[in-house]
Write a protein that binds this ligand. Structure first.
Ligand code: HEM
Length: 312
C-alpha cells in the first residue's frame, strides 16, 4: 500500500510490474538494512546492496523516460523537471533518485512504526486510553456541526493527545544511532574523533534519570504544564537536532494525531500477541492488529484530507 501511494504521488504513472518489483526491492532493503557488514553473496548485506542498486536503476530508467515524454508525472517529478531546467540547477537525475529513495525509506520506517508503538503503549495503559477517549468524545460532542472535520485550532487545543504523542516519541525514539563522519577532528566526552572516522552515537538522553523521573515508565502526564509542541531541545530530540533536523516532524505528528482521533471513537483492543522489538529500528514480529467495535454514526473507512487549514 505504501509503495503504491508513494509511486503514485512521486513518480506518477508506472507499469504495474515495475511497481511490484520496486515494492519487493524496498522490502528486501528494509529487512536486511542493518546487518553485519559482509558483502558476500547470500548474506543480508549482499541482498540489501543488490536491492538498493536495482531500485536506483528502476527509478533512473523511469525518470529518464519521463523526462523525454513529460507524460504521466507525479507531483515530485513535475517539480523536479522544472528545477532541473533552471539555470545553475543543483538537482540532477542521480540526486533525484537518491532523494526518492531516502524519502520512501524514511516515511516507511518512522511514522508507521511510531504510530503502531503508540497504539501498543496506549493499549497497555488503560488510564491513558480512557483520558484520550474523553478528550476526543468531548470534542465531537461540543461541535455545532457534528459532520465537520477536524480543524487546525482543534488539533492545537487537544492537550492530552499532544502529551501522549510527545511521551511516545520520547519513549520509542526510533533513531537508534546517530551516524556522523566529521570533516575535522572534534572532541566529545574527553575523546577525540579524528576527521574521516565514522562516529556512531547512541542517543540515551530520553532516558536520563536526572531529566526524567522514572524514565522507563510511559507517562504522558509528565508533560503537564510543559511545552508540548516543541520537538527539539537538548533533553528531547526524537526528530534529531541541528542542521539535519527532520523535515517531516510536524507532518508525522499530525498523522499520528489524526489516527488517534479516529481510533479514540471506537471501543478497541490490541491483539495480545502484539510485541514491539527493537532490532535496529522498531519491529513488530506478530504484526500490530487492532480489534474495534464501530460506534453508531461512524464510517468505517477513514479518508484524510488536508484542505487549507482544515482536516477532513
Ligand atoms: C515519527 C516520525 C519520524 C521520526 C521519529 C523521524 C526522525 C528523524 C530523525 C531523528 C532525523 C535526523 C537524523 C540524523 O540527524 O541523523 C530525521 C531526519 C529526516 N527526516 Fe524524519 N522522522 C520522522 C518522520 C519523517 C517523515 C514523515 C519524513 C518525510 C516526509 C521525514 C523526512 C526526513 C528527512 C528528509 C530527514 C533528513 C533531514 C536532513 O538531513 O536534512 N521524516 N528524521
Amino acid at each position: 500500500m505504501m509503495v503504491d501511494l508513494i509511486v503514485k504521488n512521486v513518480m506518477g504513472e508506472m507499469e504495474s510490474e515495475a511497481v511490484k518489483e520496486l515494492g519487493l526491492c524496498w522490502t528486501t532493503f528494509r529487512d536486511n538494512w542493518f546487518s553485519f557488514s559482509y558483502n558476500i553473496p547470500g548474506t543480508s548485506v549482499y541482498r540489501f546492496v543488490k536491492a538498493r542498486k536495482r531500485v536506483a536503476k528502476l527509478l533512473k530508467d523511469l525518470i529518464q523516460k519521463k523526462s523525454k515524454s513529460k507524460e504521466g508525472l507525479g507531483h515530485f517529478l513535475d517539480i523536479l523537471f522544472d528545477e532541473m531546467e533552471k539555470d545553475g540547477a543543483v538537482l540532477d537525475i542521480d540526486r533525484a533518485v537518491n532523494l526518492i529513495f531516502t524519502f520512501s525509506i524514511l516515511s516507511q520506517e518512522t511514522t508507521p512504526a511510531i504510530l503502531a508503538a503508540t497504539v501498543k503503549l496506549i493499549a497497555d495503559n488503560p488510564d491513558v486510553m480512557e483520558e484520550l477517549k474523553k478528550e476526543h468524545e468531548a470534542l465531537v460532542q461540543n461541535r455545532v456541526d457534528k459532520e465537520a472535520g477536524l480543524t487546525w485550532e482543534e488539533y492545537k487545543s487537544m492537550t492530552f493527545t499532544h502529551m501522549v504523542i510527545k511521551e511516545s516519541l520520547r519513549f520509542t525514539g526510533t533513531q537508534a544511532t546517530v551516524n556522523r563522519m566529521p570533516n575535522e577532528d572534534f572532541q566529545i566526552g574527553g575523546y577525540t574523533i579524528p576527521a574521516g572516522w565514522l562516529f556512531f552515537g547512541i542517543p540515551l538522553v530520553h532516558f536520563d534519570e536526572k531529566v526524567y523521573d522514572d524514565p522507563l515508565k510511559f507517562n504522558p502526564w509528565r508533560w503537564e504544564g510543559k511545552d508540548i509542541h516543541s520537538t527539539s531541545s537538548k533533553d528531547y530530540m526524537p526528530f534529531g537536532a541541528g542542521s539535519t533536523l527532520c523535515v517531516g516532524s510536524e507532518f508525522a505528528k499530525l498523522l499520528i494525531f489524526i489516527f488517534l482521533h479516529h481510533l479514540s471513537r471506537f471501543r478497541w483492543s490490541l491483539d495480545p500477541k502484539t510485541r514491539v522489538l527493537r532490532r535496529y529500528m522498531l519491529t513488530f514480529p506478530a504484526g500490530c492488529k487492532v480489534w474495534g467495535s464501530i460506534p453508531r454514526g461512524c464510517n468505517v473507512l477513514v479518508i484524510m484530507q488536508i484542505n487549507g487549514d482544515k482536516l477532513t
